[in-house]
Design a binder for this molecule. Structure first.
Ligand code: URA
Length: 433
């Protein structure tokens, strides 16, 4: 087989066979197919698409390009959760201990931040003395004993995706639904869970800019999961505003821990997302009705069990035998208050802009090598639906580095006001297999 023929075929809008897809993945992983050839094929796919059969075959070839985690030695139902990426998305840190407190195992392999979207691994590492590097055995043991673990992917989990994603990132080929679906699903399937809940974000801070596109992506992922006989629920949720009150790393972990300590005072949209995602994770695993599952989540959330689970995870994933201080209060060297420029109801605080500000403050990376400022970030004192007067503090921005004064304008321009009341809660759409 010749890669040029495969590229020509897709360029001419023909269906690729499973053998041709396998040939591409094998060749790219073992370097016999070069970056420029893979780039040409990815662009042909980006422009001409893949039908469902091709997408399923691509997912299979990627999934088996490396090791697949065997969770058989973990007792009970294993449920996984994934978010397609957002601004202020600390959901994993909160739902994993909640669901584990309900007796369901959560074996979660997470990622680092990508561009303006944060990553759970970076957030966890913001807690001094915590490790995300677990061996497969440590990971399995921890899921068995505590009920959940959050760790980085091993080098050999879906190596095809590692290479392809890095190439897509620099060749304008990230925004292809079949490529996104196969990338996400190959990693989820390789992680070995029995069922999964995928939070598909749409809006200004997500790569799916509209709910329609998010729905199309969700439908492809549902069909892939069905092809592998796995249960899946997709929750489509808005990322037009940041999720919760914080965007950064240490501040997001603090918000997550605070929600577990005192859910009644949490940000409403964040709490709503937490309850929704936890409920579906529990429902997929327990097969109980939605109402029963939701009540179980609300009950456990108001007990101390999820806090104990969270603390047990921090203790288990500590780097040394020293106790980790989970007191997450911190103060960055520099901070600026951002006042409201108009009176009225907050209609939106643009997630994409806040993501960029947080990245520039040091909470995200421009290159893989960048070192994060864990103290940097944005804190929203007002959110969608709140009424403000001119001069009220809308948000705070902070960083250990000097803050460019232009961020004040940028942050103020992120806020849209309305003279009439604005609905606080974002609605969610759920699609299931
Ligand atoms: N997240 C992934 O894991 N893959 C993509 O292609 C896009 C988002």
């Amino acid at each position: 087989m010749n890669i040029l023929d495969v590229i020509e075929k897709k360029k001419n809008k023909k269906q690729l066979s499973s053998a041709e897809i396998q040939f591409f993945i094998d060749g790219y992983v073992n370097d016999t197919i070069k970056d420029y050839q893979a780039s040409a094929l990815l662009m042909a796919i980006r422009i001409n698409g893949l039908d469902f059969e091709e997408t399923l075959n691509l997912t299979k070839s990627m999934l088996y390009s490396g090791e697949v985690i065997d969770l058989h030695s973990v007792e009970g139902y294993k449920v996984d959760k994934h978010s397609t990426g957002g601004i202020g998305d600390k959901v994993t840190l909160i739902v994993a201990p909640i669901v584990a407190a309900l007796g369901v195992k959560v074996a979660k392999l997470s990622g680092r931040g990508l561009g303006i979207t944060g990553g759970t691994l970076d957030k966890l590492e913001a807690i001094d003395g915590v490790s995300i590097d677990l061996t497969e055995q440590q990971f399995i043991d921890q899921v068995n004993t505590i009920g959940f673990a959050i760790a980085g992917q091993t080098q050999n989990l879906v190596p095809a995706d590692k290479k392809l994603y890095a190439l897509r990132d620099v060749t304008g080929t990230v925004d292809s639904l079949p490529l996104i679906a196969s990338s996400i699903m190959s990693k989820k399937l390789a992680s070995g869970a029995d069922g999964m809940v995928i939070d598909v974000k749409y809006g200004s801070g997500a790569f799916c800019k509209t709910m329609e596109v998010a729905q199309e992506l969700a439908e492809i992922m549902i069909k892939i999961a069905e092809g592998f006989d796995k249960s899946i629920v997709t929750v489509l949720s808005s990322m037009n505003n940041p999720l919760g009150r914080t965007v950064g790393n240490k501040n997001e972990v603090k918000e997550a821990y605070d929600l577990l300590l005192d859910p009644d005072h949490a940000d409403e949209n964040l709490l709503n997302t937490i309850v929704e995602v936890s409920t579906y994770m529990y429902e997929v695993a327990s097969k109980n009705s939605h109402e029963h599952s939701k009540q179980a989540v609300l009950d456990v959330l108001h007990s101390n069990l999820p806090v104990e689970k969270f603390e047990a995870m921090i203790h288990a994933q500590r780097l040394s035998n020293e106790q980790v201080d989970i007191n997450l209060t911190f103060e960055a060297k520099n901070n600026i208050d951002i006042p409201a420029t108009e009176a009225g109801y907050v209609k939106a605080i643009d997630a994409e802009t806040i993501g960029h500000i947080s990245l520039e403050l040091g909470a995200g990376r421009h290159t893989k090598e960048d070192v994060l400022d864990f103290n940097a970030g944005v804190e929203l004192l007002k959110v969608k639906g709140d009424y403000v007067e001119v001069g009220d503090i809308m948000m705070k921005i902070y960083s250990d580095s000097a803050i460019d004064p232009s961020f004040v304008d940028k942050a103020q321009n992120a806020v849209e006001y309305s003279s009439s009341p604005v609905e606080k809660l974002d609605a969610k759409v759920v699609l299931k297999s």
